[in-house]
Design a protein around this ligand. Structure first.
Ligand code: IPE
Ligand code: IPE
Ligand code: MG
Length: 247
């Protein structure tokens, strides 16, 4: 067992980690509290995870905050989640900026309130030239939506520039374009499914599932996930012999 974040070799560290932060509701219910109490505790776990990832040298962290299907939840819970997003952006913007973190929000913003859309733009702009870790918040995000919007943009680009569509790459139009390839996909909360998160991007990611509920996820859980990642043998379709020769 490694004792902390500084024990990793550079090659053991995933460049890009994605997390499905699941289990807030159950965490609260176990404490006889409303589900929204769990969402608030989830923000604290996120803050700690952001700082641990930045400390360890992860280049990009993408977190699933609200799925395109989460609108199906009770209106009151959706309202609390939207409000929490706004409040957290307001309270954390300076801290992110001070820590040289660049914030990006991916997902369909059209369903958000005007004030939330403005706040997102403001924090993205404030942190746009930061050179440290990229923190990507997926909000009203769905993997199907991402692939669809990328296809639309690619077709538009082809029409506008007269470049045949076969010469364009869909990947360049996904909302994660420009970020490192997704190395490690983590899901907390015990479910072993993707729930319409980064469908295209997980093609060769290592998958890690833990029963830990998101509000309980801490630095040691992150270390365990990275330890598991560093023990995997990634072949990308090649043979072990080919991989050994190239290292
Ligand atoms: C994840 O926790 C947070 C969001 C989906 C916004 P849940 O709210 O899904 O918690 P569980 O899965 O019901 O415990
Ligand atoms: C996935 O969790 C979405 C987020 C964590 C934001 P859900 O709780 O919505 O996923 P399902 O419904 O169990 O698949
Ligand atoms: Mg859930």
């Amino acid at each position: 067992m490694l004792d902390g974040l500084n024990s990793f070799n550079q090659s053991d560290i995933p460049k890009h980690i994605a997390i499905v932060m699941d289990g807030n509701g159950r965490w609260a219910q176990q404490r006889n509290k409303p589900r929204t109490y769990g969402h608030k505790a989830g923000v604290d776990a996120l803050r700690e995870t952001i700082e641990s990832c930045a400390e360890i040298g992860v280049e990009a962290l993408t977190v699933f905050a609200f799925s395109s299907e989460n609108w199906l939840r009770p209106v009151k819970e959706v309202d609390v989640l939207m409000n929490l997003f706004m409040v957290t952006l307001k309270s954390q913007a300076k801290r992110l900026h001070k820590n040289n973190i660049r914030l990006l929000v991916i997902g369909d913003r059209s369903r958000f309130s005007g004030s939330l859309r403005n706040k997102i733009k403001e924090v993205e702009l404030l942190t746009a030239s930061n050179s440290g870790m990229s923190l990507v918040i997926a909000a009203n995000y769905g993997g199907h939506w991402d692939i669809e919007q990328a296809a639309h943009k690619m077709v538009q680009k082809s029409l506008d520039s007269n470049v045949p569509i076969s010469k364009l790459n869909l990947e360049d139009y996904l909302s994660t374009s420009g970020l490192p390839t997704l190395d490690l996909f983590i899901r907390t909360g015990g479910e072993k499914r993707v729930s319409n998160f980064l469908l295209w991007q997980i093609a060769y990611s290592e998958l890690y599932f833990t029963d830990t509920l998101w509000p309980d996820f801490d630095k040691q859980d992150l270390v365990s996930a990275i330890e598991s990642f560093s023990s995997r043998h990634r072949r990308f379709g090649k043979t072990d012999e080919q991989i050994d020769q190239s290292t």
